[in-house]
Ligand binder design. Sequence first.
Ligand code: HEC
Length: 194
Amino acid sequence: MNDEPKEPLLLDHEADGIKELDNLLPRWWVWLFYATIIFSVFYLLHYHVFKFGDLQITEYEKEWKKGEAIKAAAVAQFESTMGALQPSQDAAGLDQGREIFGKMCAPCHRPDGGGLVGPNLCDDYWIHGSNYVDSVKTILTGVPDKGMLTWRGVLKPNEIQCVASFIYTLRGTKPLNPKPPENQPQPQKPSEFE
Ligand code: HEC
């Protein structure tokens, strides 16, 4: 390469008066070019011959598995905190729950919880489970097919906690003219939330 001419070289061919100048490539560019060739040899050996490195699809699958594990852990943690949820005993919270119930739920469940469009919430007959956590889940997700609204996103989490705690206090009360039972009795396990 050192014996290459210093001046740009005019090549001795032309087409319709267009000539070609053989400019020298900058040194750094040429070395970079050689470097990529050397790199490609190592790349080929590393990824394709000895298979030390993961190809994109394997990398993607590994990342995906990691993501799934994070998701599963988060869901498991959420479920475990759901299990530990307790109805609030706090008077202010229960008052807030009563207020929300009066506004949002009473049209279908009646102010005393005796049931109208929605079922009686005072008896031992439950469609979606009788304990506190079951109620929280029903309120969060609703039963859209059966006319029970979804309250996730409508009520804040602490409002759901308040209203679920309030209806928990309705259990065992005797409203006038309650709606008849709509399912087999499912007495709540008294020991569960003592
Ligand atoms: C538009 C009418 C309507 C409104 C408003 C409504 N519900 Fe319901 N709710 C229902 C119906 C209907 C069901 C029965 C669903 C079924 O048959 O699966 C139900 C079921 C329930 C259940 C489960 C009962 C069981 O037997 O398992 C709970 C708990 C409940 N509602 C709480 C609430 C709370 C708390 C609110 C207010 C935040 C509320 N609901 C607002 C109609 C309503």
